[in-house]
Design a binder for this molecule. Structure first.
Ligand code: AHR
Length: 308
């Protein structure tokens, strides 16, 4: 079985709770808060004993947490990796201890795929493509050049790398689009605002579109755009990713044009994967969550039904 068997010989057996060490990225966005709540709700039944650790967006904290889970001989480790690379050593340590690892939300780059048992999360490349397709549709009949600024997620993280890639795949096929500035806003509102202020300063009124890798950065940027005396959603068309309630409110107010859903509510599916790996049952290599695309005209109807 990939990822090894169970670390604790009594844990996870009939009637014994499964001890899970979960290392979360941080609390950088509305998406993350919803994800933490979903994971905690699913792993707080008597069936599980959850050890939760917050890495505060730092890989070194996360590696420390994983080592502590290994030392405590948890049954299963689950974690959402802050960045994509640099996991080889600690994952080998988990494997040597016989503790299976489940990746949640973000993927890792490793040379040996047997270092983790399975992955649950989104197709970030496809999310980037969806943002690009929305933009192409929204720009029908417009003459070029269409100047785009991009607020990237955390440097080196899978969603930042993949969303950049998917977005470019689509817009590079249309000569009207030009990405004039692209910088990280670290997935936070405060950073999104700060970087957008810098974009506005250097580009003046020459920005037609903002693509933000998450809604929180878009919401921060909206504030910067308003403070610069421009109308977000009109003077600058805006598309972002996640589909959090704040984005629906911004769309309802006409300040955001579209959000590409990234579903954080996979706690129950994660719990099932953990049960399966703890019992040594075969699991799929990759489990993808379902998601859609929402535009401003759908916001008022969709908002009351949003779960995060
Ligand atoms: O990894 C998922 C991303 O991380 C979400 O899009 C973002 O909001 C979060 O911080």
């Amino acid at each position: 079985c990939s990822g090894g068997g169970t670390g604790n010989s009594d844990g996870g057996g009939e009637g014994t709770p499964i001890t899970v060490g979960f290392s979360q990225v941080g609390a950088e966005s509305e998406w993350r808060t919803a994800n933490t709540a979903s994971v905690k709700a699913a792993l707080t039944s008597p069936e599980f004993r959850l050890k939760f650790s917050d890495a505060q967006q730092k890989q070194e904290n996360q590696i420390k947490a994983l080592r502590s889970f290994i030392a405590q001989r948890v049954d299963v480790i689950a974690f959402s990796p802050v960045v994509e690379s640099g996991w080889e050593t600690v994952l080998r340590e988990a494997k040597a201890a016989g503790i299976p690892v489940v990746l949640t939300d973000r993927a890792v780059k490793v040379s040996d795929d047997s270092l983790y048992a399975t992955f649950i999360g989104s197709d970030f490349v496809e999310e980037g493509r969806r943002a690009g397709r929305w933009l192409v549709g929204d720009s029908q009949g417009k003459a070029g050049p269409i100047r785009v600024v991009e607020l990237q997620g955390s440097v080196g993280s899978a969603p930042a790398i993949d969303r950049m890639k998917g977005f470019r795949e689509v817009i590079d096929a249309d000569a009207r689009f030009r990405i004039v500035r692209s910088q990280s806003g670290d997935f936070t509102r405060a950073k999104g605002k700060e970087v957008m202020e810098a974009f506005l300063k250097s580009e003046g009124g020459n920005i037609d579109v903002l693509f933000a890798h998450n809604d929180d950065m878009a919401i921060g940027a909206i504030q910067a755009i308003e403070e610069a005396g421009l109308k977000p959603g009109q003077d600058i068309r805006i598309v972002s990713i996640d589909g959090v309630r704040g984005a629906f409110e911004a769309m309802k107010a006409g300040k955001l044009n579209a959000t590409i859903e990234c579903n954080p509510l996979f706690g129950e599916q994660l719990a099932q994967l953990i049960r399966d790996v703890a019992a040594g049952r075969p699991v799929p290599r990759r489990v993808e969550v379902e998601e859609g695309v929402f535009t401003a005209d759908q916001a008022a109807i969709a908002l009351p039904n949003r779960k995060y």
